[in-house]
Design a protein around this ligand. Structure first.
Ligand code: CA
Length: 234
């Protein structure tokens, strides 16, 4: 995959380039916004540092989004900027807070690519006829997820989910009916290197079921994991 890495810190850029090349990615680096915008065409994913010397990263993100539906993952130490970046205006697909591990970044990259372009059923094709809006919407019966604004509605009413709850639900909703193992869920929603108790997953499943108003939305496959169900009493 051709990845555009926008990072002005040479040491970070070199280390990340070396690490991602090991996984077979073709990395194009840009130390400033000007090079980033000039090299956008043909890239399949953008990793964008927000702190750039020539232009604010949020503005770079907006300009990229106005030209392309390419998935953008923001790399930032500025946690206070996240809402602005993920909002409809700037339109990033996800973010990773510095300092991050390469494992965490790769998990985010894979997750973003899995859920881009949902109008090409079950494929990763970047169909040029696919609008950003189609790309980022998942509808399962009365449940609707907008991956771009990270919002969820059920029967048209908004649900207030935490970030982890949203990611958990998005993972299940991407493949309704498919069983996801506890390990897969933890590695994607938390981190591949996460060694905490799996009790955390059960707690999140519990709060999500409560917010969805039915136990049946998330079915437990005993000894295996979970899948998105279909409540009979909708
Ligand atoms: Ca920087």
């Amino acid at each position: 995959m051709r990845v555009l890495l926008v990072e002005d810190d040479e040491h970070v850029a070199d280390a990340l380039t070396a690490a991602l090349r090991q996984y077979g990615h073709d990395i194009v680096t840009a130390p400033r916004a000007a090079e980033a915008l000039a090299n956008l065409d043909g890239c399949e994913l953008v990793l964008l540092d927000l702190g750039l010397p020539d232009l604010d990263g949020v503005e770079v993100c907006k300009r990229m989004r106005s030209r392309s539906a390419v998935p953008i993952i923001v790399l930032t130490a500025r946690a206070d900027e996240i809402d602005k970046v993920l909002g409809l205006q700037a339109g990033a697909d996800d973010y990773v807070i510095k300092p991050y591990s390469v494992h965490e970044l790769r998990a985010r990259m894979e997750a973003v690519l899995r859920r881009t372009c949902r109008c090409g059923v079950g494929s990763h094709d970047h169909d040029s006829s696919c609008t950003p809006e189609q790309r980022d919407l998942i509808n399962v019966g009365p449940l609707s997820l907008d991956l771009r604004s990270r919002s969820v509605t059920l029967n048209g009413k908004p649900l207030q989910l935490t970030r982890k709850e949203f990611e958990l639900l998005a993972m299940l909703a991407e493949e309704p009916g498919a069983v996801h193992t506890r390990e897969d869920i933890i590695s994607r929603v938390w981190d591949e290197n996460w060694f905490g108790s799996t009790r955390t997953l059960d707690v999140h499943i519990g709060t999500l079921r409560r917010k969805l108003g039915s136990y049946d939305w998330i079915e437990t496959q005993r000894g295996v994991g979970f899948r998105l169900g279909s409540p009979s009493a909708l």
